[in-house]
Write a protein that binds this ligand. Structure first.
Ligand SMILES: C[S@@+](CC[C@H](N)C(=O)[O-])C[C@H]1O[C@@H](n2cnc3c(N)ncnc32)[C@H](O)[C@@H]1O
Length: 268
C-alpha cells in the first residue's frame, strides 16, 4: 500500500507518531485510548474547536441519512463519530495504523458501529469505482503530497452525483501562511510539521476539482481561536497577536482566512 517513491512513507511515519489529538494531552497520567482520554482532548478536536465543522456535519448528515460516507484521514475518528450518531453509514479510514486503532477504540468506547474502519491511502484507495454517496476529508488533502491524485481517487470512488465534502485546504495568502514564513512556527505539532503541508490560492484549490461541479466554497478560520499551546509562543499568540488580529473588520479578516472548504458533486 505504501510506496516510498512517492514520499508517502515519510508522511506515514510522521502521522503514525503524531496522531492528531496527542498534542492536546495536558494530563500526562491519562491512559491513552480510555474514555477519560477522549473526553480530555475533545474540546480541542475539529468539530468542537471549530463550530462551522459541526454545523457542516449536521447539515450533511440530514442529506445523507442511511447513505454511505467514506472518511479519509479520520485521525481519532471524532468527525466520523458525529456522522454515525446522526444516522449516516460510515467507513472511516486513515493512512496510519495508529489512527485506525485509536478510531476503533473511540467507537468502542462510545458504543457506535461503523461499516468499516481500516487503513487506506487516498492516493491509492482500495475501493471499487462508484462506491460511496459521499467522501469527507477534514484537514487531510494538503498533507498527502499529491493533491491532484487525491482528488482523482475521491472522484473515482464517488457514485455519479456523490458529494465530495472537503473541509479544508490551507489557503494563501492567509494569516497562517504569513506566520509560517517566520522560523519555528508550525501549524500542527510544536516539535515538527508534517513532511507535506501545502498552501494554495483559491484558484489553485478550485482547479483540483476537475470532473466535479463545485456547489459551495467557504473561507474559514478568519479569527484566531484559543490555542492549547503554552510557553513563550503560546503567550505571544494569546496575549499579543490574537487580541489585535481579532478586531480587524470581518470582511478584511476573511480575505486572509487560513482555510478554504469546498463541497462538490462528482460529475460522471
Ligand atoms: C491533520 S490530521 C487530521 C485528522 C482528522 N481528520 C481530524 O480532523 O482530526 C491529517 C490526517 O491525514 C492522514 N493522512 C495523511 N496522508 C494521507 C493519505 N495519503 N491517505 C489517507 N490519510 C492520510 C494522516 O494520517 C492524519 O491522520
Amino acid at each position: 500500500m505504501l510506496n516510498s517513491d512517492d514520499g508517502t512513507r515519510a508522511i506515514h511515519d510522521y502521522w503514525n507518531s503524531h496522531t492528531l489529538g496527542l498534542q492536546y494531552v495536558r494530563d500526562r497520567g491519562i491512559e491513552i485510548g480510555s474514555r477519560a482520554f477522549f473526553d480530555h482532548i475533545r474540546p480541542w478536536m475539529n468539530p468542537f474547536k471549530f463550530p462551522w465543522i459541526m454545523e457542516r456535519i449536521a447539515r450533511e448528515s440530514e442529506r445523507l441519512q442511511g447513505r454511505h460516507l467514506l472518511e479519509i484521514g479520520c485521525g481519532m475518528g471524532y468527525d466520523s463519530l458525529e456522522f454515525l450518531r446522526r444516522g449516516v453509514r460510515v467507513t472511516a479510514t486513515d493512512l496510519t495504523p495508529n489512527a485506525v486503532d485509536m478510531t476503533r477504540r473511540h467507537f468502542e468506547v462510545e458504543g457506535v458501529e461503523a461499516a468499516d474502519v481500516r487503513v487506506e491511502n487516498v492516493l491509492r484507495l482500495g475501493f471499487d469505482d462508484d462506491t460511496f454517496d459521499a467522501v469527507w476529508a477534514n484537514g487531510v488533502i494538503h498533507h498527502t503530497g499529491n493533491m491532484p491524485l487525491a482528488l482523482r481517487e475521491i472522484h473515482r470512488v464517488l457514485k455519479p452525483g456523490g458529494r465530495g465534502i472537503l473541509s479544508h485546504f490551507y489557503r494563501k495568502p492567509s494569516w497562517m501562511y504569513a506566520l509560517k514564513q517566520l522560523p519555528g512556527v508550525n501549524t500542527e505539532f510544536e516539535d515538527e510539521d508534517p513532511p507535506a503541508n501545502e498552501f494554495l490560492t483559491e484558484g489553485e484549490i478550485e482547479a483540483l476539482f476537475d470532473g466535479f461541479e463545485i456547489l459551495e466554497v467557504a473561507r474559514e478560520h478568519h479569527r484566531l481561536l484559543p490555542v492549547s499551546r503554552t510557553g513563550l509562543k503560546g503567550f505571544l499568540y494569546s496575549y499579543g497577536l490574537r487580541p489585535v488580529y481579532n478586531v480587524i473588520p470581518e470582511s478584511l479578516a476573511k480575505r486572509i482566512a487560513y482555510k478554504y472548504s469546498v463541497t462538490a458533486l462528482a460529475v460522471k
